[in-house]
Write a protein that binds this ligand. Structure first.
Ligand code: SF4
Ligand code: SF4
Length: 425
């Protein structure tokens, strides 16, 4: 990675802190990912992406900027990448998945703020994220109260912040608000790029992002096989890379893995024995490099068959209708697709609970682990509803609340192991 040092220095990265972050990340990846047995060969591409996490892709972004393209950083799956592509800009998800500079972050947000929000501040304040430094605009949103208030402070630490005004109810008024917000966002994108959104450019954006989602949906559907062809950890990684890789390259790489997984299924080749307890993980998103709970689950005798989260099917299911011919109709189609996202900030949000039940059936899961980040109110409330609903249907459920630290690892492992034993009985 030394070939990128000059680029990082020019971006204002703190090279010493950054070196130690990459060392920790590299060794975690080795322990968690590379020790897995019988991984699909196609995962080599994703190993390369992680190895080059702050190198190759960042260089691509910087080269694109030199050619006049803009880079848009996002934190939420409500930001339509279709619109970003339509102005010839590039969307990158800003990970916020590691405990970085929490003390510095706590100068801006209260101590009892979820790890994800603190991490967004930490990465910026510690100057260790080249993606943040490569952005021309960062998009925040008023989803949960934590984010809503945190973005009031975040605007002071980044150069240009746009806060999306998102609805909280799945009503006609809510849909109207979402469409109006997407039009406002489109105007902002046009303003910073100098490019007008046309029917052709938006149609192209819709097709590229639909293709990316179709590829990852294809991969997810293969996990319904009795003999699982890919681990939950590897599937999660593809979902995480979804947010920052070049979209067309990503689609091709995921489709290549799917071809391989189909062969594995046909040859009855799996990553674990057929009687391994199958788990759906549901809850808060897991941004790179947050692999803590999946690693605990998959080293405790179980396997993850689906993720009901924004780094999973909640973020990628449903596509934008491609039949629209006018810009107005395209905005309607985009709004209709994104309005279906069943994030816990909506009230009520019964779709999400029903979806988890459907996933249990579809993926032949034996149980559900609800994952909540400490201090996350929306998902903590829904965890209680989910426990009630699933228990009433005799679906075993375990609700865990954790953060990005490693302090509760032992306790987490004990609880997950006990749950897996229960599933084996
Ligand atoms: S959980 Fe909600 S706020 Fe968080 S990324 Fe998903 S949609 Fe956005
Ligand atoms: S994890 Fe919860 S509290 Fe944290 S940003 Fe997401 S919705 Fe908000």
């Amino acid at each position: 990675m030394s070939e990128y040092k000059e680029m990082w220095r020019e971006m204002g990265i703190d090279l010493e802190a950054h070196d130690s972050l990459l060392r920790v990340l590299g060794s975690a990846y080795k322990d968690i990912y590379l020790r897995q047995q019988n991984r699909p060969k196609g995962m080599e591409y994703f190993d390369f992406v992680v190895r080059e996490l702050h190198g190759f892709r960042v260089k691509e972004l910087m080269e694109a900027r030199e050619q006049g393209r803009k880079v848009i950083g996002t934190f939420c799956v409500f930001v339509p990448e279709e619109l970003v592509i339509a102005v010839n800009a590039i969307a990158v998800g800003l990970c916020a998945g590691a405990d970085i500079a929490s003390d510095a972050a706590e100068q801006y947000v209260p101590r009892n703020t979820c790890s994800l929000i603190k991490s967004a501040f930490g990465f910026k304040l510690a100057k260790v994220c080249p993606y943040i430094e490569a952005t021309d605009l960062i998009v925040g949103e008023n989803t949960c109260d934590g984010k809503k208030k945190a973005f009031e402070q975040y605007k002071d630490v980044v150069d240009d912040l746009y806060v999306m005004d998102l609805p909280q109810m799945k009503s006609e008024v809510g849909r109207h608000l979402l469409k109006a917000e997407y039009k406002r966002f489109a105007r902002k994108l046009e303003e910073i790029t100098g490019n007008k959104i046309t029917t052709e450019s938006l149609n192209r954006g819709i097709k590229i992002v639909n293709a990316k989602r179709k590829a990852i949906n294809r991969l997810d559907s293969l996990r319904a096989a009795s003999l699982l062809p890919i681990s939950g950890l590897d599937s999660l990684l593809t979902n995480q890379v979804f947010f920052y890789d070049d979209p067309e390259r990503f689609t091709a790489s995921v489709n290549a893995i799917c071809d391989e997984l189909e062969e594995r299924i046909a040859n009855k080749e799996g990553v674990c024995p057929e009687n391994t307890p199958r788990i759906i993980v549901s809850g808060c998103p897991m941004a790179v490099p947050n692999w803590k709970l999946p690693h605990v689950i998959e080293t405790s005798g179980a396997i993850i068959v689906g993720e009901e989260m924004c780094t999973g099917v909640r973020g990628t299911r449903n596509n934008v209708n491609e039949d629209a011919s006018t810009l107005e109709e395209m905005f309607d189609s985009i709004t209709d697709r994104y309005f279906k996202i069943d994030c816990a900030v909506f009230t009520p949000n019964t779709d999400r609970l029903n979806h988890v039940k459907e996933m249990v059936k579809e993926y032949k899961a034996d149980g559900v682990i609800h994952y909540g980040l400490q201090f996350c109110q929306p998902y903590a409330h829904e965890a209680m509803n989910m426990e009630r609903l699933l228990e009433a249907e005799d679906i075993p459920v375990l609700s865990v609340e954790t953060d990005y630290s490693q302090e509760d690892l032992g306790q987490l492992k004990t609880r997950v192991e006990a749950f897996v034993e229960r599933l084996q009985d």
